[in-house]
Design a protein. Structure first.
Length: 284
């Protein structure tokens, strides 16, 4: 079986998927074996690809997954979920959230979980900023230059914004965690429903095996991760992986499921998509 596989060049994804794409792991009992045609792309490009029904297997923002549930099923492995890992709102100088009403705010894509969380908070406070969609690594430069009043930062930007002369206005992930009492689900792996449960389980197990290989052979993926990372500082890369690759990346677990379903429901409400289907997650 040969499948198209899309994920991001961010260290957490390249760490998880390296052994899989390098052919270093196999899934017992899966005949014929699994092979992948790999594409790496920015998170919003991944969201767009899944929305267009392109890849067989794709890493997407949980917010974007809400709109593709008719075509895709969520796998249990490979995602990013936790506490203290969410997007942050940055600015050049301290100010109130209310000051952003009518102002330009850079976001890393309309379909991202970061934008969904920011939008939920803004609606709660009655604030209507002017959103500017950018590739995630262009968000901080847009704020630094003054083109945008503030920006929603994801990925390694969570650790490096101060180096760009920016200040944290608000931790959007922390807002979600307090408001819902749940961890924040950032990204997940979706697989085309038409492939059936056999291949869904096989791919899920292959992702788990790849992550377990990365943990026991950390040196094997080092150059692959570094070659794709936006931030080349090894310390930042290591912190990125430590932050975004958690036990929930092996299996989402009950709390992770609850958090993901809550965010999916919010996304579908905002987009007017109706109730969630019953079989969102891979089972068994």
């Amino acid at each position: 079986m040969r499948l198209s596989l899309h994920f991001s060049p961010c260290p957490n994804d390249t760490y998880i998927f390296h052994a899989l794409v390098a052919g270093l792991v196999t899934v017992p009992g899966v005949e014929p074996g699994l092979e992948f045609d790999v594409t790496l792309a920015d998170v919003e490009r991944l969201n767009e690809a899944a929305s267009a029904g392109g890849p067989d297997v794709c890493k997407v923002s949980v917010a974007a997954a809400a709109g593709v549930l008719d075509e895709y099923r969520l796998l249990r492995a490979g995602g990013a979920l936790g506490r203290g890992v969410g997007p942050i709102l940055v600015t050049r100088e301290a100010q109130r959230l209310e000051d952003l009403h009518g102002q330009k705010v850079a976001i890393p894509g309309r379909r991202t979980t970061a934008n969904l969380i920011f939008g939920l908070l803004c609606r709660e406070r009655g604030i209507e900023p002017r959103l500017v969609e950018l590739v995630y690594d262009q968000v901080m430069p847009a704020v630094t230059s003054g083109d945008c009043k503030a920006g929603v930062v994801i990925h390694e930007g969570r650790f490096t914004f101060a180096e760009h002369g920016l200040a944290r206005m608000l931790d959007l992930g922390a807002w979600w965690e307090v408001a819902r009492g749940l961890p924040i689900p950032l990204g997940c792996i979706v697989l085309r429903r038409s492939l059936g449960l056999h291949w869904a389980r096989a791919v899920n197990e292959a992702i788990r095996a790849s992550l377990e290989y990365a943990r026991t052979h950390p040196e094997a993926s080092r150059e692959y991760i570094r070659s794709h990372a936006q931030e080349m500082d090894p310390a930042v890369i290591a912190r990125h992986i430590e932050t975004f690759v958690t036990e929930a990346s092996l299996d989402i677990g009950p709390e992770g499921e609850a958090a993901t379903l809550a965010l999916l429901a919010e996304a579908r409400r905002v987009e007017g998509l109706g109730e969630l289907p019953e079989d969102v997650f891979l089972r068994g």
